[in-house]
Write a protein that binds this ligand. Structure first.
Ligand code: HEM
Length: 137
């Protein structure tokens, strides 16, 4: 039978970053380790410091045993939605998107250069005529 895997964005997982509600992300999997925090042999602070980010390196660097890895699996609640950017604002826009943005801006603000040219066409000769009159050129 197919199993349904719950997907979480990094942004969503990042919100669970307290002693009472602690999720970590290791190898693109999401773990709710709240109930384990107090038992953690390395202390709860190191685990808390690994929330709100990809904790894979932190977890690996601690040199955890095979049994620690098995224990970790028991806290798995889902997987990371890798299609969503970690921080939406930092989504790298493609060249196509950039070109589209420029097109939109052009459509929106085309009146500005047209107005500048229009004003200079009308005001220029007036100023010139004024000066001709003033200095009798
Ligand atoms: C990602 C954040 C984590 C960091 C930075 C971290 C760090 C550490 C450190 C430094 C130790 C060594 C403690 C000592 O020598 O006294 C340790 C031990 C241990 N940790 Fe973590 N830990 C993390 C997450 C977890 C998680 C989520 C679990 C299990 C759910 C876990 C399970 C264990 C176990 C069982 C040990 C005992 C030694 C072993 O069996 O490897 N740790 N951890």
């Amino acid at each position: 039978m197919p199993t349904l895997t719950k997907l979480y964005t990094m942004q969503e997982a990042s919100q669970h970053n307290t002693k009472d509600d602690c999720w970590i992300v290791v190898d693109n999997k999401v773990y709710d380790v709240t109930s384990y925090l107090e038992e953690h042999p390395g202390g709860d602070d190191v685990v808390l410091a690994s929330t709100a980010k990809d904790a894979t390196d932190d977890f690996e660097d601690a040199g955890h045993s095979e049994s620690a890895r098995e224990l970790l699996e028991s806290f798995c609640i889902g997987e990371l939605d890798t299609s969503a950017p970690a921080i939406p604002e930092l989504e790298i826009s493609s060249k196509k998107q950039y070109a589209q943005k420029v097109m939109n801006l052009t459509k929106q603000y085309w009146t500005i250069p047209v107005a500048v040219v229009g004003i200079s066409v009308v005001v220029g000769p007036l100023v010139l005529a004024q000066e001709v009159k003033q200095y009798n050129i």
